[in-house]
Design a protein around this ligand. Structure first.
Ligand code: GAP
Length: 469
Protein backbone atom coordinates (compact mmCIF):
# COMPACT_ATOMS: atom_id res chain seq x y z
CA UNK A 1 0.00 0.00 0.00
CA UNK A 2 2.94 2.31 0.73
CA UNK A 3 3.95 1.41 -2.79
CA UNK A 4 0.67 2.85 -4.07
CA UNK A 5 1.44 6.17 -2.37
CA UNK A 6 4.89 6.22 -3.95
CA UNK A 7 3.31 5.72 -7.37
CA UNK A 8 0.76 8.47 -6.79
CA UNK A 9 3.35 10.96 -5.48
CA UNK A 10 5.60 10.20 -8.44
CA UNK A 11 2.77 10.53 -10.98
CA UNK A 12 1.68 13.77 -9.31
CA UNK A 13 5.15 15.23 -9.79
CA UNK A 14 5.86 13.83 -13.24
CA UNK A 15 2.58 15.00 -14.75
CA UNK A 16 2.37 18.37 -13.01
CA UNK A 17 -0.19 17.89 -10.24
CA UNK A 18 1.93 18.47 -7.12
CA UNK A 19 5.59 19.33 -6.54
CA UNK A 20 7.45 19.42 -3.21
CA UNK A 21 7.51 23.02 -1.90
CA UNK A 22 10.74 25.07 -2.37
CA UNK A 23 12.32 22.07 -4.08
CA UNK A 24 15.01 24.17 -5.77
CA UNK A 25 16.41 24.97 -2.32
CA UNK A 26 16.15 21.42 -0.96
CA UNK A 27 12.56 21.87 0.11
CA UNK A 28 10.61 23.28 3.03
CA UNK A 29 8.91 20.64 5.18
CA UNK A 30 5.15 20.43 5.04
CA UNK A 31 4.66 22.62 1.97
CA UNK A 32 3.56 21.66 -1.54
CA UNK A 33 3.27 23.51 -4.84
CA UNK A 34 0.49 22.74 -7.30
CA UNK A 35 1.50 22.42 -10.95
CA UNK A 36 -0.53 23.14 -14.11
CA UNK A 37 -2.84 20.12 -13.64
CA UNK A 38 -2.92 20.36 -9.85
CA UNK A 39 -4.15 23.92 -9.83
CA UNK A 40 -6.93 23.00 -12.27
CA UNK A 41 -7.99 20.05 -10.16
CA UNK A 42 -7.87 22.04 -6.96
CA UNK A 43 -9.94 24.82 -8.54
CA UNK A 44 -12.45 22.22 -9.75
CA UNK A 45 -12.81 20.82 -6.23
CA UNK A 46 -13.37 24.30 -4.82
CA UNK A 47 -15.82 25.18 -7.61
CA UNK A 48 -17.80 21.96 -7.10
CA UNK A 49 -17.95 22.54 -3.34
CA UNK A 50 -18.99 26.20 -3.72
CA UNK A 51 -21.64 25.26 -6.29
CA UNK A 52 -23.20 22.61 -4.05
CA UNK A 53 -22.97 24.51 -0.76
CA UNK A 54 -23.37 28.17 -1.76
CA UNK A 55 -24.59 28.68 -5.34
CA UNK A 56 -27.34 26.07 -5.32
CA UNK A 57 -28.61 26.86 -1.82
CA UNK A 58 -30.68 29.75 -0.54
CA UNK A 59 -29.46 29.46 3.03
CA UNK A 60 -25.66 29.83 2.67
CA UNK A 61 -23.71 32.92 1.62
CA UNK A 62 -19.99 33.31 0.94
CA UNK A 63 -17.19 35.25 2.61
CA UNK A 64 -13.49 35.84 2.02
CA UNK A 65 -11.91 37.18 5.19
CA UNK A 66 -8.30 38.16 5.93
CA UNK A 67 -5.63 35.59 6.77
CA UNK A 68 -3.90 37.74 9.39
CA UNK A 69 -6.37 38.66 12.12
CA UNK A 70 -6.14 40.76 15.26
CA UNK A 71 -4.52 38.50 17.88
CA UNK A 72 -7.49 39.08 20.21
CA UNK A 73 -9.48 36.82 17.84
CA UNK A 74 -7.23 33.89 18.74
CA UNK A 75 -7.30 34.70 22.43
CA UNK A 76 -11.09 34.67 22.31
CA UNK A 77 -11.27 31.47 20.28
CA UNK A 78 -8.96 29.62 22.67
CA UNK A 79 -6.26 29.03 20.06
CA UNK A 80 -3.57 31.02 21.91
CA UNK A 81 -3.94 28.90 25.03
CA UNK A 82 -5.16 25.58 23.65
CA UNK A 83 -4.17 25.03 20.03
CA UNK A 84 -1.12 22.98 20.82
CA UNK A 85 0.46 19.59 20.36
CA UNK A 86 2.63 17.91 23.01
CA UNK A 87 6.27 17.57 21.95
CA UNK A 88 9.68 16.49 23.22
CA UNK A 89 13.14 17.44 21.97
CA UNK A 90 16.29 15.35 21.95
CA UNK A 91 18.84 17.23 24.06
CA UNK A 92 21.71 15.83 21.99
CA UNK A 93 20.70 15.90 18.29
CA UNK A 94 17.86 18.43 18.77
CA UNK A 95 15.36 16.29 16.85
CA UNK A 96 11.79 17.14 17.74
CA UNK A 97 9.03 14.56 18.18
CA UNK A 98 5.30 14.71 18.75
CA UNK A 99 5.20 13.19 22.22
CA UNK A 100 1.98 11.21 21.68
CA UNK A 101 3.32 9.73 18.42
CA UNK A 102 6.66 8.84 20.00
CA UNK A 103 5.02 7.23 23.03
CA UNK A 104 2.78 5.24 20.72
CA UNK A 105 5.71 4.18 18.55
CA UNK A 106 7.79 3.02 21.51
CA UNK A 107 4.87 1.19 23.10
CA UNK A 108 4.13 -0.48 19.80
CA UNK A 109 7.66 -1.88 19.78
CA UNK A 110 7.04 -3.36 23.21
CA UNK A 111 3.49 -4.50 22.46
CA UNK A 112 3.40 -5.52 18.82
CA UNK A 113 -0.33 -6.30 18.95
CA UNK A 114 -1.20 -2.68 19.71
CA UNK A 115 -2.80 -1.00 16.71
CA UNK A 116 -0.98 1.83 15.07
CA UNK A 117 -2.96 5.01 14.73
CA UNK A 118 -0.76 7.21 12.59
CA UNK A 119 -3.63 9.33 11.34
CA UNK A 120 -4.59 10.60 14.75
CA UNK A 121 -5.16 14.35 14.60
CA UNK A 122 -4.18 16.67 17.38
CA UNK A 123 -7.12 17.64 19.52
CA UNK A 124 -7.38 21.14 20.81
CA UNK A 125 -7.42 20.10 24.43
CA UNK A 126 -4.11 21.04 25.97
CA UNK A 127 -5.05 19.22 29.17
CA UNK A 128 -2.31 19.20 31.85
CA UNK A 129 -3.32 15.56 32.51
CA UNK A 130 -2.43 14.66 28.93
CA UNK A 131 1.05 16.13 29.44
CA UNK A 132 1.42 14.34 32.78
CA UNK A 133 0.38 11.05 31.22
CA UNK A 134 2.81 11.49 28.32
CA UNK A 135 5.68 12.37 30.67
CA UNK A 136 5.01 9.12 32.52
CA UNK A 137 4.79 7.11 29.30
CA UNK A 138 8.09 8.55 28.08
CA UNK A 139 9.96 8.14 31.39
CA UNK A 140 13.38 6.71 30.62
CA UNK A 141 12.80 6.82 26.85
CA UNK A 142 15.65 8.03 24.66
CA UNK A 143 15.85 9.58 21.21
CA UNK A 144 15.24 6.86 18.59
CA UNK A 145 17.64 8.65 16.23
CA UNK A 146 20.75 9.08 18.43
CA UNK A 147 19.94 7.62 21.85
CA UNK A 148 20.23 11.04 23.50
CA UNK A 149 18.18 12.10 26.51
CA UNK A 150 14.76 13.70 25.92
CA UNK A 151 13.38 16.91 27.39
CA UNK A 152 10.17 16.99 29.43
CA UNK A 153 6.98 16.99 27.33
CA UNK A 154 5.92 20.54 26.50
CA UNK A 155 2.97 22.09 24.71
CA UNK A 156 3.89 23.47 21.32
CA UNK A 157 1.47 26.04 19.89
CA UNK A 158 0.72 25.33 16.25
CA UNK A 159 0.02 28.88 15.13
CA UNK A 160 2.51 30.74 12.95
CA UNK A 161 3.41 34.00 14.62
CA UNK A 162 4.27 37.21 12.81
CA UNK A 163 4.45 40.94 13.48
CA UNK A 164 2.27 43.58 11.89
CA UNK A 165 4.04 46.84 11.08
CA UNK A 166 7.69 47.78 11.54
CA UNK A 167 8.03 47.18 15.29
CA UNK A 168 8.54 43.63 16.53
CA UNK A 169 7.17 43.67 20.06
CA UNK A 170 4.33 42.01 21.92
CA UNK A 171 1.84 44.69 20.84
CA UNK A 172 2.40 43.92 17.15
CA UNK A 173 2.11 40.12 17.38
CA UNK A 174 -0.35 38.57 14.95
CA UNK A 175 -1.03 35.01 13.83
CA UNK A 176 -1.68 33.43 10.44
CA UNK A 177 -5.09 31.83 10.79
CA UNK A 178 -5.03 28.11 11.66
CA UNK A 179 -8.67 27.78 10.52
CA UNK A 180 -10.90 29.94 8.32
CA UNK A 181 -13.77 29.60 10.81
CA UNK A 182 -12.86 32.55 13.05
CA UNK A 183 -12.99 34.98 10.11
CA UNK A 184 -16.61 33.91 9.76
CA UNK A 185 -17.53 34.33 13.42
CA UNK A 186 -16.09 37.83 13.63
CA UNK A 187 -18.13 38.83 10.57
CA UNK A 188 -21.39 37.32 11.83
CA UNK A 189 -22.99 40.72 12.47
CA UNK A 190 -21.67 42.22 9.22
CA UNK A 191 -23.16 39.42 7.14
CA UNK A 192 -26.42 39.48 9.08
CA UNK A 193 -26.77 43.25 8.56
CA UNK A 194 -25.82 43.25 4.89
CA UNK A 195 -27.45 40.06 3.58
CA UNK A 196 -30.84 40.04 5.35
CA UNK A 197 -30.39 36.31 6.05
CA UNK A 198 -32.51 34.75 8.76
CA UNK A 199 -31.58 31.83 10.98
CA UNK A 200 -31.05 29.02 10.06
CA UNK A 201 -28.38 30.16 7.61
CA UNK A 202 -24.71 29.58 6.95
CA UNK A 203 -21.59 31.46 5.92
CA UNK A 204 -19.07 29.62 3.75
CA UNK A 205 -15.44 30.39 3.19
CA UNK A 206 -12.62 28.84 1.19
CA UNK A 207 -9.10 29.93 2.00
CA UNK A 208 -5.62 29.23 3.24
CA UNK A 209 -4.92 28.07 6.78
CA UNK A 210 -1.54 27.60 8.42
CA UNK A 211 -0.41 25.25 11.17
CA UNK A 212 3.15 24.71 12.29
CA UNK A 213 2.59 20.95 12.48
CA UNK A 214 5.25 19.09 14.48
CA UNK A 215 5.07 16.13 12.14
CA UNK A 216 3.70 17.02 8.72
CA UNK A 217 3.54 14.06 6.38
CA UNK A 218 1.76 11.53 4.23
CA UNK A 219 1.93 13.76 1.15
CA UNK A 220 -0.97 16.25 1.18
CA UNK A 221 -2.58 14.72 4.27
CA UNK A 222 -0.90 16.91 6.84
CA UNK A 223 0.94 20.02 5.71
CA UNK A 224 1.81 23.35 7.27
CA UNK A 225 0.09 25.48 4.66
CA UNK A 226 -3.20 24.21 3.31
CA UNK A 227 -6.67 25.33 2.29
CA UNK A 228 -9.95 24.81 4.04
CA UNK A 229 -13.56 24.90 2.85
CA UNK A 230 -15.69 25.66 5.88
CA UNK A 231 -19.30 26.49 6.64
CA UNK A 232 -20.47 27.93 9.92
CA UNK A 233 -24.21 27.18 9.93
CA UNK A 234 -26.10 29.23 12.53
CA UNK A 235 -29.18 27.65 14.07
CA UNK A 236 -31.58 28.15 16.93
CA UNK A 237 -30.41 26.34 20.11
CA UNK A 238 -32.44 23.17 20.47
CA UNK A 239 -32.47 22.56 16.71
CA UNK A 240 -28.69 21.97 16.64
CA UNK A 241 -28.80 18.18 16.91
CA UNK A 242 -31.18 17.92 13.95
CA UNK A 243 -28.93 20.17 11.85
CA UNK A 244 -25.85 18.24 12.93
CA UNK A 245 -27.43 15.07 11.53
CA UNK A 246 -28.39 16.93 8.36
CA UNK A 247 -24.83 18.16 7.70
CA UNK A 248 -23.25 14.77 8.41
CA UNK A 249 -25.37 13.23 5.69
CA UNK A 250 -25.15 16.13 3.23
CA UNK A 251 -21.35 16.25 3.41
CA UNK A 252 -21.00 12.51 2.98
CA UNK A 253 -23.32 12.64 -0.05
CA UNK A 254 -21.15 15.33 -1.65
CA UNK A 255 -18.19 12.94 -1.81
CA UNK A 256 -20.36 10.14 -3.23
CA UNK A 257 -21.83 12.48 -5.85
CA UNK A 258 -18.30 13.38 -6.91
CA UNK A 259 -17.23 9.83 -7.43
CA UNK A 260 -15.53 8.67 -4.21
CA UNK A 261 -16.28 4.98 -3.66
CA UNK A 262 -18.80 4.36 -0.89
CA UNK A 263 -16.82 1.55 0.72
CA UNK A 264 -13.82 3.86 1.15
CA UNK A 265 -15.77 6.31 3.32
CA UNK A 266 -17.17 6.03 6.82
CA UNK A 267 -18.53 8.29 9.53
CA UNK A 268 -16.83 8.17 12.93
CA UNK A 269 -18.26 9.96 15.95
CA UNK A 270 -15.74 11.48 18.36
CA UNK A 271 -15.49 10.09 21.86
CA UNK A 272 -16.16 12.64 24.60
CA UNK A 273 -12.44 12.90 25.56
CA UNK A 274 -11.50 13.51 21.93
CA UNK A 275 -13.72 16.55 21.44
CA UNK A 276 -12.19 19.97 20.81
CA UNK A 277 -12.65 22.51 23.55
CA UNK A 278 -15.51 24.17 21.65
CA UNK A 279 -17.49 21.12 20.57
CA UNK A 280 -20.51 19.32 22.00
CA UNK A 281 -20.39 16.61 19.33
CA UNK A 282 -18.23 15.89 16.31
CA UNK A 283 -18.14 13.37 13.50
CA UNK A 284 -15.31 12.75 11.09
CA UNK A 285 -15.94 11.66 7.55
CA UNK A 286 -13.06 9.25 7.19
CA UNK A 287 -11.38 7.93 4.06
CA UNK A 288 -9.54 4.63 3.86
CA UNK A 289 -6.04 5.94 3.01
CA UNK A 290 -3.31 3.54 1.84
CA UNK A 291 -1.23 4.67 4.84
CA UNK A 292 -2.71 3.69 8.18
CA UNK A 293 -6.27 3.00 6.96
CA UNK A 294 -9.29 5.11 7.85
CA UNK A 295 -8.41 8.68 8.83
CA UNK A 296 -10.02 12.10 8.86
CA UNK A 297 -11.08 13.63 5.58
CA UNK A 298 -13.65 16.15 6.85
CA UNK A 299 -14.82 17.14 10.31
CA UNK A 300 -18.39 18.09 11.22
CA UNK A 301 -18.73 19.70 14.63
CA UNK A 302 -21.48 21.06 16.80
CA UNK A 303 -19.60 24.14 18.06
CA UNK A 304 -22.57 25.25 20.18
CA UNK A 305 -22.64 28.99 21.03
CA UNK A 306 -19.01 28.84 22.21
CA UNK A 307 -17.40 31.05 19.56
CA UNK A 308 -20.07 33.76 19.40
CA UNK A 309 -20.14 33.98 23.21
CA UNK A 310 -16.34 34.22 23.35
CA UNK A 311 -16.23 36.95 20.70
CA UNK A 312 -19.05 38.83 22.43
CA UNK A 313 -17.06 38.73 25.68
CA UNK A 314 -13.70 39.67 24.21
CA UNK A 315 -14.95 42.38 21.82
CA UNK A 316 -17.65 43.80 24.09
CA UNK A 317 -20.08 43.68 21.13
CA UNK A 318 -23.43 41.94 21.22
CA UNK A 319 -23.42 38.97 18.84
CA UNK A 320 -26.87 37.69 19.69
CA UNK A 321 -29.63 37.21 17.14
CA UNK A 322 -33.10 38.71 17.35
CA UNK A 323 -35.87 36.60 15.88
CA UNK A 324 -38.42 39.07 14.44
CA UNK A 325 -41.18 36.50 14.42
CA UNK A 326 -40.96 35.09 17.90
CA UNK A 327 -39.38 38.25 19.41
CA UNK A 328 -36.76 36.03 21.02
CA UNK A 329 -33.14 37.02 21.42
CA UNK A 330 -30.50 34.30 21.57
CA UNK A 331 -26.92 33.41 20.71
CA UNK A 332 -27.14 30.94 17.83
CA UNK A 333 -25.62 27.49 17.93
CA UNK A 334 -23.23 26.60 15.12
CA UNK A 335 -22.84 23.44 13.06
CA UNK A 336 -19.54 23.41 11.21
CA UNK A 337 -18.58 21.22 8.26
CA UNK A 338 -14.83 21.70 7.72
CA UNK A 339 -12.96 20.13 4.81
CA UNK A 340 -9.35 20.52 3.70
CA UNK A 341 -9.06 21.18 -0.04
CA UNK A 342 -5.67 19.46 -0.20
CA UNK A 343 -6.90 16.48 1.78
CA UNK A 344 -9.93 16.22 -0.52
CA UNK A 345 -7.54 16.34 -3.48
CA UNK A 346 -5.49 13.54 -1.93
CA UNK A 347 -8.61 11.39 -1.47
CA UNK A 348 -9.74 12.08 -5.06
CA UNK A 349 -6.29 11.13 -6.39
CA UNK A 350 -6.04 7.92 -4.36
CA UNK A 351 -9.60 6.89 -5.09
CA UNK A 352 -9.24 7.46 -8.84
CA UNK A 353 -5.88 5.72 -9.30
CA UNK A 354 -6.03 2.36 -11.02
CA UNK A 355 -3.65 0.07 -12.83
CA UNK A 356 -5.41 -2.14 -15.32
CA UNK A 357 -4.05 -5.14 -17.10
CA UNK A 358 -4.80 -4.64 -20.81
CA UNK A 359 -3.53 -7.54 -22.83
CA UNK A 360 -0.78 -9.81 -21.65
CA UNK A 361 2.12 -7.43 -21.15
CA UNK A 362 0.37 -4.13 -20.95
CA UNK A 363 -0.70 -2.19 -17.89
CA UNK A 364 -2.81 0.94 -18.24
CA UNK A 365 -2.55 3.59 -15.51
CA UNK A 366 -5.79 5.51 -15.30
CA UNK A 367 -7.18 8.17 -12.99
CA UNK A 368 -10.93 7.63 -12.99
CA UNK A 369 -11.88 11.12 -11.86
CA UNK A 370 -15.44 12.34 -11.87
CA UNK A 371 -15.62 14.71 -14.89
CA UNK A 372 -16.23 17.66 -12.54
CA UNK A 373 -12.95 16.96 -10.73
CA UNK A 374 -10.82 16.06 -13.78
CA UNK A 375 -8.28 18.81 -14.56
CA UNK A 376 -8.64 18.40 -18.33
CA UNK A 377 -12.11 17.55 -19.61
CA UNK A 378 -11.42 16.75 -23.26
CA UNK A 379 -8.32 16.12 -25.37
CA UNK A 380 -8.38 16.71 -29.12
CA UNK A 381 -6.09 14.92 -31.57
CA UNK A 382 -5.58 14.86 -35.30
CA UNK A 383 -5.07 11.17 -36.13
CA UNK A 384 -1.83 11.97 -37.96
CA UNK A 385 0.12 15.11 -38.74
CA UNK A 386 -1.81 16.04 -41.85
CA UNK A 387 -2.48 19.73 -42.51
CA UNK A 388 -6.23 19.31 -43.07
CA UNK A 389 -6.69 17.15 -39.97
CA UNK A 390 -4.58 19.51 -37.87
CA UNK A 391 -6.69 22.48 -38.98
CA UNK A 392 -9.98 20.74 -38.10
CA UNK A 393 -8.63 19.53 -34.75
CA UNK A 394 -7.29 23.01 -33.94
CA UNK A 395 -10.67 24.58 -34.83
CA UNK A 396 -12.40 22.18 -32.44
CA UNK A 397 -9.78 22.90 -29.81
CA UNK A 398 -10.39 26.65 -30.08
CA UNK A 399 -14.15 26.09 -29.87
CA UNK A 400 -14.09 23.99 -26.69
CA UNK A 401 -11.37 26.04 -25.03
CA UNK A 402 -14.01 28.62 -24.16
CA UNK A 403 -15.99 26.00 -22.20
CA UNK A 404 -13.39 23.96 -20.36
CA UNK A 405 -9.70 23.28 -19.82
CA UNK A 406 -8.89 21.04 -22.75
CA UNK A 407 -5.75 19.62 -24.33
CA UNK A 408 -4.43 19.36 -27.87
CA UNK A 409 -1.83 16.77 -28.83
CA UNK A 410 -0.41 15.73 -32.18
CA UNK A 411 2.80 14.07 -30.96
CA UNK A 412 3.40 10.26 -30.97
CA UNK A 413 1.00 7.46 -31.85
CA UNK A 414 -2.71 7.75 -31.14
CA UNK A 415 -2.52 4.85 -28.65
CA UNK A 416 0.20 6.61 -26.65
CA UNK A 417 -1.74 9.86 -26.69
CA UNK A 418 -4.81 8.07 -25.25
CA UNK A 419 -2.66 6.59 -22.48
CA UNK A 420 -1.13 9.96 -21.61
CA UNK A 421 -4.64 11.33 -21.13
CA UNK A 422 -5.75 8.26 -19.12
CA UNK A 423 -2.90 8.87 -16.71
CA UNK A 424 -4.12 12.39 -15.94
CA UNK A 425 -7.79 11.39 -15.87
CA UNK A 426 -9.13 13.13 -19.01
CA UNK A 427 -12.64 11.69 -19.45
CA UNK A 428 -12.92 12.07 -23.26
CA UNK A 429 -10.58 12.16 -26.26
CA UNK A 430 -11.74 13.37 -29.67
CA UNK A 431 -9.90 12.22 -32.77
CA UNK A 432 -10.17 13.89 -36.15
CA UNK A 433 -9.36 11.42 -38.93
CA UNK A 434 -9.63 11.31 -42.72
CA UNK A 435 -13.28 10.16 -42.53
CA UNK A 436 -14.01 13.41 -40.64
CA UNK A 437 -13.30 15.31 -43.84
CA UNK A 438 -16.11 13.29 -45.50
CA UNK A 439 -18.70 12.62 -42.77
CA UNK A 440 -18.11 15.63 -40.48
CA UNK A 441 -17.94 13.34 -37.45
CA UNK A 442 -15.18 12.59 -34.93
CA UNK A 443 -14.27 9.56 -32.84
CA UNK A 444 -15.03 10.07 -29.16
CA UNK A 445 -13.10 7.71 -26.89
CA UNK A 446 -14.32 7.11 -23.34
CA UNK A 447 -11.55 6.96 -20.69
CA UNK A 448 -13.19 4.34 -18.49
CA UNK A 449 -14.57 1.84 -21.01
CA UNK A 450 -12.03 2.73 -23.75
CA UNK A 451 -15.03 2.38 -26.12
CA UNK A 452 -15.09 4.61 -29.19
CA UNK A 453 -18.16 6.11 -30.82
CA UNK A 454 -18.59 8.30 -33.84
CA UNK A 455 -20.32 11.64 -33.12
CA UNK A 456 -21.33 14.27 -35.69
CA UNK A 457 -19.57 17.57 -35.06
CA UNK A 458 -22.92 19.37 -34.99
CA UNK A 459 -24.03 17.07 -32.15
CA UNK A 460 -20.76 17.28 -30.21
CA UNK A 461 -21.76 20.24 -28.05
CA UNK A 462 -24.76 18.55 -26.52
CA UNK A 463 -23.01 15.16 -26.38
CA UNK A 464 -20.13 16.54 -24.34
CA UNK A 465 -22.17 18.99 -22.25
CA UNK A 466 -24.41 16.27 -20.85
CA UNK A 467 -21.40 14.14 -19.94
CA UNK A 468 -19.13 16.78 -18.50
CA UNK A 469 -21.31 19.45 -16.86
N1 GAP B 1 -12.54 24.78 11.95
C1 GAP B 1 -12.39 23.44 12.39
C2 GAP B 1 -11.12 22.85 12.04
O1 GAP B 1 -10.24 23.52 11.54
P1 GAP B 1 -9.81 20.56 11.98
O2 GAP B 1 -10.33 19.17 12.18
O3 GAP B 1 -8.62 20.97 12.73
O4 GAP B 1 -11.06 21.52 12.30
C3 GAP B 1 -10.60 20.61 9.50
O5 GAP B 1 -9.55 20.77 10.43
C4 GAP B 1 -10.11 19.95 8.22
O6 GAP B 1 -9.00 20.66 7.70
C5 GAP B 1 -9.61 18.52 8.44
O7 GAP B 1 -10.67 17.59 8.38
C6 GAP B 1 -8.69 18.35 7.25
O8 GAP B 1 -9.43 18.05 6.07
C7 GAP B 1 -8.09 19.75 7.10
N2 GAP B 1 -6.78 19.85 7.77
C8 GAP B 1 -6.55 20.10 9.07
N3 GAP B 1 -5.23 20.15 9.34
C9 GAP B 1 -4.61 19.94 8.15
C10 GAP B 1 -3.23 19.88 7.75
N4 GAP B 1 -2.25 20.09 8.60
N5 GAP B 1 -2.96 19.63 6.45
C11 GAP B 1 -3.96 19.43 5.55
N6 GAP B 1 -5.26 19.50 5.88
C12 GAP B 1 -5.60 19.74 7.15
Amino acid sequence: MEDLMEKIVSLAKRRGFVYPGSELYNGLGGTWDYGPLGVEMKNNIKKAWWKAFVQERDDVVGLDSAIVLNSKVWEASGHVSKFADPMVDCKKCKKRYRADHLAQELEKKKLPEKEEDILEEHNLNAHPEVIKDLNERLKGATCPACGGALTEVRQFNLMFKTFVGPVEDSSSVAYLRPETAQGIFINFNNVLDSSRKKIPFGIAQIGKAFRNEVTPGNFLFRSREFEQMEIEFFVKPGTDEKWFEYWRKTCLDWFLEHGIRKEKLRLRDHEKDELSHYAKAATDIEYDYPFGGFGELEGIANRTDFDLIQHSKFSGRDLSYFDEQTKEKFIPYVIEPSLGVDRAMLAFLIDAYQEEQVGENDVRVVLRFHPKVAPIKVAIFPLVKDEKLIKMARDLYRRYQSFWMIAYDEVTSIGRRYRRQDEIGTPYCLTVDFDTLEDNAVTVRDRDSMKQVRVKIEELDSYLMTKIC
